[in-house]
Ligand binder design. Structure first.
Ligand SMILES: CC(=O)N[C@H]1[C@@H](OP(=O)(O)OP(=O)(O)OC[C@H]2O[C@@H](n3ccc(=O)[nH]c3=O)[C@H](O)[C@@H]2O)O[C@H](CO)[C@H](O)[C@@H]1O
Ligand SMILES: [Mn+2]
Length: 359
């Protein structure tokens, strides 16, 4: 009796081992567990041979490194001097970026050696194509000028996309999207178009992605200090002296963008934000799915995709928070703590420019 059951156990063990072997061989290149173990983005990696073997194309690892070439001349950093009128670190220890918190020469040199490809997704649907000329022309003067940039313009009106002269290493790619009856549809659809386009091609064409409003004009350098795994910009209207319970987050628990009244860090704008392509993918896919879920339940978040973005960033903290220097507005007087306006939203006639008259 004992002899038989030993044999049984042996046979079962052999079958199990064989099964595990087959599973390993068929899945080892696909399941995310293996990628996760061997190809993390920022974690310190020790076994270079393993990485080469399993992640031959994975460049994301490079972007965690902050290398500098020998011989670069820049001012000595101080532990005593810096901006004292504003806070330049979040309470989760991420940089809060203001003019005066970085050295342009040093930071550009660091990011230049990574030589990243940067994608910008911008929608110009309906009458919004009129904003493209200034957006692109000023972008060529001030937006990551030492890096490779491709502007992905999503439009229902290709012939109205202006021909702009671009510097070397910079491109425009036009992608057709349907027209819309409501402006809310357009802003919400940004999460969908970003998700789909990353899946179809952006992953192979870009290392970083920025999402931007087209009614924006660059006025000063928007440089590599803005780059990180996930960078979000403080909304100019709520960046100081506003209790979080007054932030215009989505407050109805029925919406997937819901944030309880006593929670929240900052209010971020959806008009400028960016990060590594894969981190952006996680974000846009999540927000797209959440807004679809809302639509099924017959609810639209208070500030559309901006509400979903704010909820995501509350529970998945950004690795850099950019000051409102990175998105000001021509509607508002510039505050003394804003030393440089890098981008500003232009004044527009909402009811004239939007399909449903801005309602
Ligand atoms: C400064 C700021 O925080 N801006 C946000 C705010 O209003 P805004 O008044 O800035 O929104 P907006 O009218 O500029 O729309 C956002 C963007 O969507 C695109 N667009 C919109 C409508 C249209 O018919 N065609 C078109 O192409 C275009 O790229 C535009 O820049 O709220 C919106 C959502 O409610 C977005 O979150 C914006 O990012
Ligand atoms: Mn706008």
């Amino acid at each position: 009796m004992g002899y038989i059951s030993r044999n049984h156990i042996l046979i079962i063990l052999i079958i199990l081992l064989a099964l595990l072997g087959v599973m390993y061989i068929s899945l080892k290149d696909n399941i995310s567990y293996f990628r996760y173990v061997f190809c993390p983005t920022d974690a310190p990696l020790t076994n270079d041979e393993l990485i080469k073997q399993h992640c031959p194309e994975d460049k994301s690892r490079r972007f965690g490194d902050l290398k500098m070439q020998p011989g670069l001349h820049y001012a000595q950093p101080s532990t005593q001097r810096g901006r004292t009128d504003v806070n330049s670190v979040t309470n989760w220890n991420a940089p809060l970026v203001w003019e005066g918190t970085f050295d342009r020469v040093l930071i550009d040199a660091i990011y230049k050696q990574q030589d990243p490809r940067v994608a910008v997704i911008v929608l110009a649907v309906g009458k919004y194509t009129r904003f493209l000329k200034k957006f692109l022309e000023s972008g060529e003067k001030f937006f990551l000028v030492n890096l490779k940039v491709t502007y992905y313009i999503f439009t229902d009106n290709e012939q109205d996309v202006p021909k702009i002269e671009l510097a070397e290493g910079r491109r425009i790619s036009i992608l057709p999207v349907p027209s819309a009856k409501r402006w809310q549809e357009v802003v919400l659809s940004r999460m969908k178009w970003a998700t789909v386009t990353i899946e179809q091609k952006l992953r192979d064409e870009a290392d970083y992605l920025f999402m931007m409003d087209v009614d924006s004009v660059f006025h000063n350098t928007f440089g590599s200090e803005s780059l990180s795994k996930l960078s979000a910009v403080l909304h100019r209207g709520y960046y100081k002296n506003v209790p979080r319970k007054q932030f215009p987050y989505e407050r109805r628990p029925e919406s997937k963008a819901y944030i309880p009244i006593d929670e929240g860090d900052y209010y971020y704008t959806a008009a400028v934000w960016g990060g590594y392509i894969e981190d952006m993918y996680k974000l846009v896919k999540h927000c797209y799915e959440q807004s679809e879920e809302d639509a099924k339940n017959g609810i639209e978040a208070a500030w559309q995709e901006e509400s979903h973005l704010n909820r995501y960033l509350l529970y998945n903290k950004p690795t850099k928070v950019l000051s409102p220097e990175y998105l000001w507005s021509d509607y508002d007087a510039v505050q003394p703590d804003i030393k440089v306006v890098r981008v500003s939203q232009i004044v527009k006639n909402y009811s004239e420019v939007r399909p449903n008259k801005g309602h």
